[in-house]
Ligand binder design. Structure first.
Ligand SMILES: N[C@@H](CCC(=O)N[C@@H](CS)C(=O)NCC(=O)O)C(=O)O
Length: 224
C-alpha cells in the first residue's frame, strides 16, 4: 500500500457502519476503491482480513499508507484531514450534540442489531428480529426526542453532519427489523431530505459494487 494510492474501503453493501464511511467519502469527494467483504459468507473472519481488522468487522479503510478501523474514528479522521465540506459544526456545543446523536446509533443501537450479536440471541429468525427491534425502538425514541431540540433541515441545524451520516443507514436497518417510521416524524423528514443528496445516493446499499441483483431491484434509486 503506497501513500499515494487510492483509498481502499473494505465494505459490505448492507453494513450500516461501512455505509457511514461511504457517505463521508462521497460527501468529501474522495475517490476510493471498494473491497467487498461478504458478511453472510463470513469473509470477515478470514485470517487475512482479521490481520487488518482485529474485530472481524467492516469497515476498514486503507488510506494515506495506513489502516484504520471503527467507523466513527474513520469519520473523524476524514473530517480532520479533509475539513471541506465540513461534517461538524464550528460551535463546540453543537459538535457535542452531533456526537451525542451519532453515539445513540453507533453505541446504543447498531451493536444490538449486528449479525454476530443477533445470531447469538437465538436460532429463531423471529426472536432475532424481536430483539433487534426492541433496541432500535429504544434508540430511535431517544434520537427523535433530541431532534426536537436540535434539528433543522438535518439532524443538527441546516447542514449535514456526522449525525446524519449515522442516521440514513440506520433508518434502512430499522425498516429491515420491522420498525415503522410513523412514530418518528423528525427522523422520517430528515431521512427524506438526506436521500435527495447525491453523496447519500452514491453510498446507498442499492448502489454498491457488491449489491446483489435482488436488492438493486427492490428499491427504485430515483425515488431515494
Ligand atoms: N463499532 C464498529 C462496528 C462495526 C460492525 O459492527 N460492523 C458490522 C457491520 S455494520 C460487521 O462487520 N458485522 C460482522 C459480524 O458481526 O460478524 C464500527 O463502527 O465500525
Amino acid at each position: 500500500m503506497s501513500e499515494n494510492s487510492r483509498p481502499r474501503l473494505y465494505s459490505y453493501f448492507r453494513s450500516s457502519c461501512a455505509w457511514r464511511v461511504r457517505i463521508a467519502l462521497a460527501y468529501k469527494g474522495i475517490q476510493y476503491e471498494t473491497i467487498p467483504v461478504n458478511l453472510l459468507k463470513r469473509e470477515q473472519n478470514d485470517e487475512k482480513y482479521t490481520k487488518i481488522n482485529k474485530m472481524a468487522q467492516v469497515p476498514t479503510l486503507e488510506m494515506d499508507g495506513r489502516v484504520l478501523t471503527q467507523s466513527l474514528a474513520i469519520l473523524e479522521y476524514l473530517e480532520e484531514t479533509h475539513p471541506t465540506p465540513p461534517l461538524l459544526p464550528k460551535d463546540p456545543f453543537l459538535r457535542a450534540r452531533v456526537r451525542q446523536l451519532a453515539e445513540i446509533i453507533a453505541s446504543g443501537i447498531q451493536p444490538l442489531q449486528n449479525l454476530s450479536v443477533i445470531t447469538k440471541v437465538s436460532d429463531d429468525q423471529d426472536k432475532r428480529t424481536d430483539f433487534a427491534h426492541h433496541w432500535i425502538v429504544k434508540g430511535l425514541d431517544a434520537f427523535e426526542k433530541v431532534l426536537e431540540e436540535t434539528s433543522g433541515q438535518y439532524c443538527v441545524g441546516d447542514a449535514v453532519t456526522l449525525a446524519d451520516i449515522c442516521l440514513a443507514p440506520q433508518v434502512v436497518a430499522a425498516e429491515r427489523f420491522k420498525v415503522r417510521l410513523d412514530n418518528y416524524p423528525h427522523i422520517a423528514r430528515i431521512n427524506n431530505n438526506l436521500n435527495q443528496l447525491e453523496p447519500f445516493q452514491l453510498a446507498h446499499m442499492v448502489n454498491q459494487p457488491d449489491t446483489p441483483d435482488e436488492f438493486k431491484k427492490a428499491v427504485n434509486i430515483e425515488h431515494l
